[in-house]
Design a protein around this ligand. Structure first.
Ligand SMILES: [Zn+2]
Ligand SMILES: [Zn+2]
Length: 243
């Protein structure tokens, strides 16, 4: 990441300085409904609501994150996801344990699932590995409660409205895993527009989950200058918009 020579042998080819550089961000601005944190007040409307809540389609009760999707955090996530530096999972587990909502009783950790075909191609499920590491630190069990019904186009490069269309109805709760009445913490790597996470949360709510909170490594939307008002087309394509 910084081109410094590595002086110690380790399983992660990143110097200690770069590895420790992502700081847990302590944001000052929160959506009053879903408690999603932002670095500045611009993504919130006058009523203090984020875009999803302003549109009335948020399917989760709270969103927590280790930091913004930029700088060292972004580089580390790329190493993990695309260069397959799998031992980073343990390091991320440590970061997530710090950002974890300690003031709440969480019954289960549910990783946002990958389609089996993608998992086969990539060789491992990076989100499930994160959930396992967090479970090791918190003692909360991992429930593989969701499955991805179809393969979706990569989200990167799609417009906000297309992303939502791409994921609507794509997740399904597994009949064999009981989430009824539970407070579930959804785990994912990056919170981008919230479309994927909101669709996964909708599936858990349909299966009877009492509460769904979200914990991601990083948020890509924290510095968003976008106003907190979704366009009509976006609202129409949001999961749960027809409720
Ligand atoms: Zn370095
Ligand atoms: Zn909100």
């Amino acid at each position: 990441m910084c081109d410094a020579e590595l002086r110690e042998v380790g399983r992660i080819p990143v110097c200690a300085k770069c590895l420790e550089s992502p700081e847990i961000v302590q944001p000052e601005h929160f959506c009053i409904q879903c408690r999603t944190a932002f670095l500045n007040p611009r993504p919130l409307n006058e009523a203090g609501l984020c875009r999803l809540c302003a549109a009335g389609v948020t399917n989760f009760e709270g969103a927590y994150s280790c930091g913004g999707y930029d700088g060292a955090m972004r580089d580390l996530i790329h190493l993990y996801k695309y260069r397959r530096v799998r031992p980073l999972a343990a390091h991320f587990g440590k970061l997530m344990a710090r950002a974890y909502p300690r003031d709440q009783v969480v019954d289960a950790l549910v990783p946002v699932p990958m389609h089996w075909r993608k998992r086969l191609r990539r060789g491992f499920d990076q989100t499930r590995a994160l959930a396992r590491e967090l479970s090791r630190r918190t003692g909360i069990p991992v429930l593989r409660a969701l499955k991805k019904k179809r393969h979706t186009e990569a989200q990167a490069g799609l417009s906000r409205a297309k992303r939502r269309m791409n994921v609507t109805g794509v997740f399904q709760a597994r009949a064999s895993v009981e989430v009824r009445g539970l407070h579930v913490l959804l785990i994912d790597d990056v919170f981008t527009t919230g479309a994927t996470i909101n669709a996964a949360a909708a599936a858990l709510k349909r299966a009877g989950a009492a509460r769904v909170s979200v914990l991601t490594l990083a948020r890509a939307d924290r510095l968003s200058d976008k106003p907190a008002v979704a366009t009509a087309a976006e609202v129409h394509s949001l999961p749960g918009a027809s409720r």
